[in-house]
Write a protein that binds this ligand. Structure first.
Ligand SMILES: [Zn+2]
Length: 296
């Protein structure tokens, strides 16, 4: 009843006023659409800048475990019983990463008395690749090699059809898969050394399209007694070079020790590096028992 009265009671002035108001309300959405687009754009830029800053910080800082020598419980006991007599070295392998940086070695240490070699491994799962059809992990370097092999074979044979995973298979980021690596330590004489410890930490960042995953490990092997008296650094001072070149008397590299990194599930080799030989640079340093958080 009241509604009817109101509707009928509207006069010309009121109608004009309403129309004016309509003009205003017609313009308003236009302005607010532009404003909204600007606001969304601005917010998106701010979010992207922040995402870039956060992920850069995230990428730049490795988990501290990577460079924390841990060793086995047995080695720590040897250290605790005679701290001053504990012979401990930093070891600097010449090759310490894949060309693409997906697997990197860090802070390799050698506890001479305990016969243990421990290596930090940084795995950039974001950079590693996973082939769906092969159910296999690859480093970008390995996938590049496949492409090169294809090219070579195509030159030799026109009918050769490409076999590289990047050409014929679906390849995705390995960070999307829950895979693990396993390690072996071998030498050029065919020996395999037992693993005496392994600790891992993972950094995982999932932000919109960003999927960053890093794994940091300390892998320790035992039963390693290097001939340190034959090491190039230790023998450099002893040799008396006649032609001014400081080379050790024995130029041979002696036994070479290799760290091999495999895909745990598929068993394929991802990276192998000589971590010690007589020609590897070493430097005496002191060991410290790590924080308890790294021991568990
Ligand atoms: Zn494949």
């Amino acid at each position: 009843m009241n509604d009817e009265k109101n509707n009928n009671g509207i006069e010309a002035e009121d109608i004009e006023a309403i129309e004016e108001n309509q003009d205003i309300t017609d313009e308003k959405p236009k302005r607010s659409v532009v404003g909204r687009v600007f606001k969304i754009g601005f917010t998106a830029i701010v979010v992207l800048v922040w995402a870039a800053i956060i992920s850069t910080i995230f990428l730049r800082s490795d988990d501290k475990i990577l460079k924390t020598p841990i060793l086995s419980e047995r080695a720590r006991e040897i250290y605790s019983s005679a701290k001053d007599d504990f012979e401990f070295y930093n070891v600097y392998p010449q090759i310490f990463m894949t060309k693409d940086g997906s697997v990197q070695l860090a802070e390799t240490v050698y506890a001479a008395g305990a016969g243990e070699l421990e290596i930090g491994v940084r795995i950039a799962w974001t950079q590693l690749r996973y082939c769906v059809e092969c159910d296999r992990l690859y480093t970008p370097e390995q996938l590049e090699k496949q492409l090169e092999e294809d090219k070579k074979k195509q030159k030799e044979d026109e009918n050769y059809s490409p076999a590289a995973c990047l050409k014929v298979h679906a390849v995705e980021r390995a960070s999307l898969k829950q895979r693990q690596l396993y390690y072996t330590l071998t030498d050029s004489d065919g020996n395999i050394y037992p693993q005496a410890g392994r600790k891992s930490r993972t950094k995982n960042l999932n932000l919109l399209l960003l999927n960053i995953k890093y794994e940091y490990e300390r892998v320790c092997f035992s039963g390693l007694y290097f001939r340190l008296d034959k090491n190039i650094i230790n023998t450099a001072g002893e040799s008396t070079p006649e032609n001014g070149e400081s080379e050790p008397a024995d130029k041979g590299k002696g036994t070479e020790y290799y760290l091999n990194c495999y895909d745990k599930k598929g068993g394929s080799l991802l990276f192998s590096a000589c971590v010690y030989s007589d020609g590897t640079f070493i430097n005496p340093t002191t060991y410290q028992i790590p924080k308890s958080e790294y021991l568990n």
